[in-house]
Each structure stands twice: as C-alpha cells, then as structure tokens.
Design a protein. Structure first.
Length: 252
C-alpha cells in the first residue's frame, strides 16, 4: 500500500493545503501519479464549504481541492459525487484522495454508497491514497478517535481498516494554564483518548500533531513534518517519536 495520511489541511494563517503541497508533490512523484492520471476525490466530509451547506458543499469542495491540484499540474481530477456509478469510478481510479471535514458524515456516505470495500480493495492493490484529517481517520479500523461531532448516524463506525491502529488528527497537547485562564472544566484530548483506550484496551492510538503526516510504503511507515507524534496505549506511559523515524512497528 502507498498512503499519505496528513493530520490537517491548513496551518493557522496559511492558504489551503499550503504546508502539505511539497509532501503531496513528492508522494505523487514516488508513486508515478502523472499529470493525466485519473484522480478521484471524495468530498463527503465537507458539509459546509465556503458558506455552502450540504449537498452543494460537495461542488464547492471539489472546486477548492481541484484548484490546488491543478497548480501542481494534475489535469484529470474528478469528484466521486458526480458519478452515477461510484463503485466503477473507484475501480478506475489511479489515485484516491479523501478530504477532511466531518468524519461521521464521511463514513455514513461511504456506507450508503457501498464504497468501503471497493476503496479498501483498490488501495490494498496499490492505488495511492491521500487523505487529510477525516481522510486520514478513515484509514483506521474505525472512526472512534475522531474529534468530530456525530452529526449523522452511520450504518457502522467501521472505516477502511488500511492500518491496524487509530489516528487522532489535529492532536493537541494539554495546556492546563490555558484551561485555568478560560476556566475550562472539560476533558483534554488525552482524557478522551484514554476513554477510548479504557474500552479498547488492545488498540494503539497515534496522536498526529498538525503539520505532520504518516507515509506508508508497503510494510514501512515513517513520520514526516516538524513535530513529534504521540503513541497512546492502555495503562502505559505515552511515548513520543521524532520526525523521520521509522515507525513500521505500528503496522504489525
């Protein structure tokens, strides 16, 4: 498999996907994604794009992402929502891209259109996969470590299962001083991940900080970007991994 799993599309104060462009370009070169390759985009997480609500948001999301990829030279970019036969579109894709947004809505639509198995099979056969935020989340066994509100009820929480661990994109470290300042009494991100691990005690969760990504090439995986990732396991101290380090052990 060839996966580029990006934590977030946009850094604060930067243009859309700006920080990730070099990674997307390099990933495309390594995986022989050519300017005319058939790229299929999945916009189902985008329910409110540029003040356009679902379902018009899909059109706006396609335009937003297509514009970025056209700047990289890709000219054969199509959104899955415009295909009558969506399974056939996946089967003919030479690269699959899944945008971020609401993970519950994304997974619900994938189940509605019976796309989970076709995407999984296509990617496991070698078709390159690029996802950010929710698009990275669904590479996991389930959506259970998303940060999103359950705005719809999917048929199942099961996702693509391309990797055997869970990702928490946009991972934020605890900041007790800020909580105290704003008088926040709720859970931290780590508290919520610990709740997941309390009832899924054999799973690992990767906290993927912003401006980082996971690169999967066959049975190898590494962390790219300028920040460490955090690995959480039940009843164990969290460990941090430096960028560039081999983290292939997580795939086993």
């Amino acid at each position: 498999m060839n996966l580029l799993l990006i934590s977030n599309s946009t850094n604060f104060g930067e243009p859309y996907l700006a920080w990730a462009l070099n990674q997307i370009e390099y990933f495309s070169e390594k995986n022989n994604i050519k300017p005319t390759s058939n790229i299929v985009f999945i916009p189902f997480a985008g329910v409110n794009i540029a003040n356009n609500a679902y379902p018009k948001s899909y059109d706006m999301y396609e335009l937003r992402v297509k514009g970025v990829f056209e700047k990289l030279g890709f000219t054969n970019f199509h959104s899955i929502h415009k295909f009558d036969n969506k399974i056939d579109a996946i089967n003919k894709a030479e690269c699959i891209i899944v945008g971020g947004g609401n993970t519950f809505h994304l997974v619900a639509e994938l189940h509605t259109y019976k796309l989970i198995e076709p995407i999984r099979n296509k990617v496991k056969q070698g078709t390159p996969y690029i996802g950010w935020s929710a698009g990275s989340n669904i590479a996991c066994p389930t959506l259970c470590t998303t940060n999103d509100m359950p705005i719809v009820q999917p048929e199942s929480f099961h996702a693509l299962g391309l990797i055997p661990f869970q990702i928490n994109p946009h991972y934020l470290d605890p900041h007790p001083e800020i909580d105290k300042m704003i008088k926040h009494g709720g859970e931290t991100r780590q508290d919520r991940l610990n709740e997941y691990l309390a009832v899924n005690q054999t799973m690992k969760v990767v906290g993927l900080r912003e401006a980082t990504s996971l690169w999967v090439e066959g049975d190898k995986m590494s962390l790219k970007g300028g920040k460490k990732l955090v690995i959480f396991e039940y009843n164990k101290e969290a460990i941090e991994i430096e960028p560039g380090e081999d983290i292939s052990f997580l795939l086993k």
